[in-house]
Design a protein. Structure first.
Length: 176
């Protein structure tokens, strides 16, 4: 009763001191879960990012990791798009294609690109190869692969001793 009278004397309001004590147990549980999650995430990141150590040899010593030589940068020889009539009997079919040659070295690609004579010889040879194709043959993956191989062989003869690493088609449309 004395508590009730004390409340009434203070204006009928409960103070923080009068309120029942709340448990801090929930707070500790939440903090514990957060710490465990952060620790687990940190440990997971450590193991994912960790580089494997060099494997020990028979004597038990770790060998130094072998450094791989960085491959030289390859170069690209670009051509304007080709539009050619195909060699289909009895029909007028066209091929629109963008061809790019990948050469062994960036310097050699720049030399070829700057040499108008080599560039025009390559373009002329590619045109000859394209006009000998039929739409039926170019419609198959094997036909496209064979065309790439043929273009690479002929281009290599023009730019010797430069190696043609690959032939890329960035646009390939056959009009039926």
């Amino acid at each position: 009763m004395a508590d009730k009278e004390a409340k009434d004397a203070r204006g009928g309001k409960e103070t923080a001191a009068d309120a029942p004590k709340k448990s801090n147990g929930k707070l500790f549980i939440i903090l514990g879960v957060v710490v465990i999650l952060l620790g687990g995430g940190g440990a997971g990141a450590y193991f994912v990012m960790k580089k494997p150590a060099a494997a020990p040899d028979k004597a038990g010593t770790a060998k130094a990791a072998v450094k791989h030589k960085k491959p030289e940068e390859t170069g690209i020889v670009n051509f304007e798009p080709f539009v050619v009539n195909l060699a289909d009997p009895g029909g007028h079919r066209f091929l629109r294609i963008n061809v790019r040659l990948i050469v062994e070295d960036l310097e050699k690609a720049e030399q070829i690109q700057k040499s108008e004579v080599q560039l025009m010889r390559l373009r002329s040879d590619i045109l000859e190869q394209l006009t000998q194709q039929t739409s039926e043959k170019l419609g198959t993956p094997d036909g496209k692969s064979e065309l790439k191989k043929t273009i690479a062989e002929h281009a290599h003869k023009i730019v010797e001793p430069t190696e043609i690493a690959d032939v890329l088609f960035s646009d390939f449309v056959v009009q039926y």
